[in-house]
Design a protein around this ligand. Structure first.
Ligand code: ARG
Length: 585
């Protein structure tokens, strides 16, 4: 089923042709949700945009459009406002019919994408032998939600974890371990990731201070890259160690990812250089192979080089990303590639995309986007740190969210004089704690920095996960209280929208497909959060105004159906944010 806005767009498109001729078939009808409910539900500003082209006053154009527009089955008679806006108010009877349809539909009336694509979402991507930090947490949460929305819309999504598992740091680390902990290079589980991170730091200090050490480390990289048995084995052990710890976080957060780290592209790097050479893009600069970028310059105004191959023959992060683009387009047949990393990498991606385009791998048929996000700040507005001034470990952060959710729950149970099993408490605390962290991140426009506050994200009031989870649980409590099985409401259930709050809720329920389409295109999960938050608010207003179980038939059944539909859409929306629901909390 097409969303209301889609149907209105179709009608407008037909009308423009009928009123002004075939040349206007491709004109964007500019139908959008009304900016203010005073103006109705939808509006079109197309008359204003056509004024110049038609050489007429917008109001006169609006008159002609209305004269040809037939939306009487959907809307009240359209009105013209201000300089020529066309305002549309949807008829309650139409809303009722749509709601009746969607409650019978497995996808709640949400159509799948008209042109399903092969999409790659590149997200999370922590670095081996380093701790996963809050930036990776953001990437993980945002990337997962984007992937979930695209999957639900019917796209074929490949979720790729481009872990940093290659490069000079391994030479350094292996060399250091050979001295300090040789057993760690041949036996699994001798070190944990905490030790590894500390050792990495020590190795780096040593590397910076000791020239002999530097030389041995470089030789170690060469050994590793040329496949020497013992170096390979040491590297593999280090990777496995980190991988296990990353996996714990993914399990906690219910994240699915296919690992395809930087090392995967290692054998393909020489071909990348060859292609660039053939495209006549390579220039030598101080012994390094570079592509000089268009539109990027240094302070002196000279074009900036992207180094593809260093003077010592080594490759770098950018070369690997070039190989990845080439592979993703040629082998994976990706039609849309989405990179979820912090905003600080915007230039890196712009440069890599440019070179991929000039090399001919990336064509206009492929949409490639960097999806940037801001920093996670502490409540003091500075980069988040522990009390001891260290970077926050993700695991600790998630554990603390769960512990705090547990404390809140205990307090609430005591106040409400409720007894619950330990199993219930463990489960609720885990879902609430982790959902709160995810939602706090997703509900912000990702491009801005956000302030990490346990108190705010765990609050039962405001735009938070607990608030939404609570709205869902409240609906379920009606079914328990009334002994009602929502699934048994039946096909003949008629939804009636009589009270204002019912009408407002009904309209909002029908907007879900529009919102998902928006997220599918602009990759801003905060739009979905805002929608679900408003849905919960509208539901709560309805619930305060309209008795449900005590209402007379047929209103009682209609209201039960509205409750159920609200719960289903909340559940679906939350699942697309990676958040499970709780029947009770
Ligand atoms: N490992 C990188 C980091 O921690 C992120 C990788 C993102 N993906 C990519 N294809 N470059 O910053």
């Amino acid at each position: 089923m097409n969303s209301i806005v889609e149907q209105l767009k179709t009608r407008f498109t037909q009308t423009l042709v009928a009123a002004f001729g075939d040349d206007f078939a491709g004109t964007d009808p500019m139908v959008v949700a009304a900016s203010n409910p005073k103006f109705g539900d939808y509006q079109s500003n197309v008359s204003l945009s056509l004024a110049k082209r038609l050489g007429q006053q917008p109001r006169a154009i609006a008159q002609q459009i209305i004269g040809h527009l037939d939306v009487s089955d959907i809307c009240e008679p359209p009105t013209i406002a201000g300089p020529g806006f066309i305002n549309l108010t949807v008829k309650p009877a139409y809303l009722e019919a749509q709601l009746n349809n969607i409650q019978m539909d497995r996808r709640l009336g949400i159509p799948t994408a008209k042109h399903p694509q092969r999409v790659i979402v590149d997200f999370s991507a922590p670095n081996i032998a380093k701790e996963m930090h809050v930036g990776h947490l953001r990437s993980t949460i945002i990337g997962d939600s984007i992937a979930r929305v695209l999957e639900f819309q019917g796209h074929d999504v490949l979720r790729l974890n481009h872990v940093g598992d290659w490069g000079t740091q391994f030479g350094m680390l292996i060399t250091y371990l050979r001295e300090a902990h040789p057993e760690a290079l041949t036996t699994a589980d001798v070190l944990d990731l905490g030790d590894l991170v500390a050792l990495y730091r020590q190795a780096k200090q040593r590397f910076d201070a000791d020239e002999d050490f530097q030389e041995v480390s470089r030789q170690e990289v060469v050994k590793l890259q040329s496949g020497a048995e013992d170096s390979r084995r040491a590297w593999q052990l280090l990777c496995e160690q980190s991988r296990r710890e990353f996996q714990e976080i993914y399990n906690m957060l219910d994240i699915q990812l296919t690992e395809r780290g930087e090392s995967f592209y290692n054998p393909l790097l020489p071909d990348v250089v060859k292609d660039l050479e053939q495209a006549d893009l390579l220039k030598e600069d101080a012994g390094a192979q570079c592509v000089f970028l268009e539109g990027f310059s240094n302070k002196a105004g000279e074009p900036l080089p992207l180094i593809v191959r260093k003077s010592d023959g080594g490759y770098n992060y950018a070369t690997t990303d070039l190989a990845a683009i080439r592979y993703r387009i040629e082998q994976d047949r990706a039609e849309r590639i989405i990179y979820v990393t912090d905003a600080g990498q915007a230039n890196h991606f712009a440069q890599v995309f440019q070179v991929a385009r000039r090399a001919g791998w990336l064509t206009d048929e492929v949409e490639i986007v960097h999806v940037p996000f801001g920093l996670v700040l502490g409540e003091d507005g500075k980069k988040i740190k522990t009390r001891f001034g260290e970077a926050v470990r993700l695991r600790d952060l998630l554990d603390e969210a769960i512990a705090r959710a547990r404390a809140d729950l205990e307090a609430r149970l005591q106040k409400e004089d409720r007894e619950e099993t330990e199993e219930f408490k463990v489960h609720v605390a885990k879902v609430v704690g982790l959902s709160a962290v995810k939602y706090a991140d997703l509900s912000q426009n990702r491009t801005s920095n956000y302030i990490f506050s346990f108190d705010k994200m765990l609050s039962l009031k405001g735009n938070t996960a607990p608030y939404l989870l609570y709205a869902y649980a409240r609906v379920q409590s009606i079914s328990r209280e009334g002994g009602i099985d929502f699934e048994q409401l039946g096909a003949d259930t008629k939804i009636l929208l009589q009270e204002d709050t019912e009408l407002a809720l009904g309209k909002h329920l029908l907007q879900v497909s529009e919102i998902l389409e928006e997220v599918e295109h602009d990759l801003l999960p905060n739009r979905l959060c805002q929608y679900l938050y408003e849905l919960s608010q509208k539901y709560n207003q309805f619930y305060e105004q309209c008795p449900v179980l005590k209402a007379e038939e047929p209103v009682r059944t209609s209201r039960l159906a509205l409750c159920n539909l609200t719960a289903q859409i909340l559940k679906l929306g939350l699942s697309l944010l990676g958040i499970p629901v709780l029947e009770r909390m």
